[in-house]
Design a protein around this ligand. Sequence first.
Ligand code: SF4
Length: 436
Amino acid sequence: MYGCQCPKRLYLHKFKPELRNPEDEAQESIFATGTDVGLLARELFPNGASAEPPNAFSYHIAVEKTAKYIAQQHSVIYEAAFNFEGVMCAIDILVKKRNKWYAFEVKGTKSVKDPHLLDGSLQYFVINNAGLKLEDISIIHLNGEYIRNGKLDVQKLFASESILEQVIGNKEFVQQKISEFKRLLAEKKEPVIDVGKHCYKPYECDFTNLCWANVVKESSAGEKHIDKKSIRKFLGELEYPLFFFDFETVMSAVPEFDFSRPYQQIPFQYSLHIQKSRNGEPDHHEFLGDGISDPREELIKDLLKQLGKKGSIIVWYKSFEITRLKELARDFPKYEKGINSLIDRIVDLIIPFKSGWYELPNFNGSASLKSVLPVMIPELSYGELEIQEGGTASLVYSQLKNQSLEIQTQQRKDLLEYCKLDTLAMVRIWEKLDRI
Ligand code: SF4
C-alpha cells in the first residue's frame, strides 16, 4: 500500500524507518479507534480462533497458526495470515460456511474507500495463491445511519459489502506492483520522487517532515485592503447584546451515547463572551461536560438560558456551529423550537475577511481565525496554552475519564482556557473592526 502511494515511502519505511515524522497524538487516537471497531466486528462472527501474532514483526507465527486452524476445521479465524512468494497478508475475519471460505476486512469508515479496494485486491491475490480458494471477499464498515438506542446493536452498527468483482479486476495490477516493489527492495536504491499531492493522498505519508523540509512555502500574500463602508454596514446590522460563541466537539467511530451515530460530532463544551453594549468589557460564560455522560442535554439547556431571545450570536465559520445546532435539534426534539430560533440569529465574523473587505498581506490569503488573529491581535496568542487547537481539545476530553483526579482538574482548566481564547479572539477582532 505504501509503495502504491509512493515508491520512496516504501523504500524509507523498509530501510530508514527512523526518519519517520514523530507520531502525533491525534493520529494515535485514530489507530486506537480502528482497533476498537475491529474487535467489535468480531462479535458478528463470535467464538473464532485468533491467529494474531505476538507483535507486528512476527507474522510468520500468524501464518503457521492460520494453517493449523484451517487443518483443525475451525470455521471462524481472526487475523488469518497468508504468505505467497514472500508477500504476506492478514485478513481480519475468515469464515467457513457450507465448506466455502469468505474473507472479511473491517474498516472504521462509513463506506468502502479506494484504498480498501487496493488492500482487498492484495489480500485476495495472496490468499488464493497461497491455496485457499475464496468464495467472496467483503469490507465490513460502519453503518452511518445507525442510531444508538440502549445497548449497542452490532448487527445494525455494521454493514458488509462484497468487493469481489473489483478485486478480480485488479489482479494484473497487483501482480505488476508486486514485481515492481520486489525489484525496488532488492536494489536497495532510494527512488528519486518529487513531493506532491500524493504525499497526502490517500493518507498523509509519515515521511513528510523529511521530504518537505526544503520546500519553500508558497506565499499568496496580497495587498493591504480595507473596505470601510462594507465593514461598517456589516457591523451596523448586529443586534446587542452580542454573543461571541464557539463549540468544541468530540466524535467516536462507535456511538457512545443514545441518539447518536457513528462519527457524529458531539458538542461537549462552549464558550460565550457577552458584549452588552458597544463599549465596556464583555462578560464570560462557559460550559464543559463531565467527560463521562452525554453532555448534550445539559449543554442545550444552559445554552438556551444564556442566549435568551435576542442579540446576534457571533461565530467564526458558521456552517460548523449551525450543523451542530441542527443535529442537537434533531436528536433532542423537545428543544427543537428554541434551538432553531438561535440559528436565525447567527452571524459569521469570517465574512469581512472572506469577502476581502479586510485584507492584510500577512493573512497569506487565509481567512481562518488561526491566520487572522496573530496578525490583527498579536498580543493574544495560543502559543502559551497547553491546548492549542481543536483536535487536541477533543482528544483530551475523550480521555478525561481515564485520568487521575489531579490531571482531570488541570485538563479541565486547559480546555476552558483554550475555548475561552477562541471567543475572546473574536471579541478583540470585532473591536478592531468597530474602530475603523
Ligand atoms: S513525503 Fe511524499 S515524496 Fe516523500 S516519501 Fe512520502 S509520499 Fe513520497
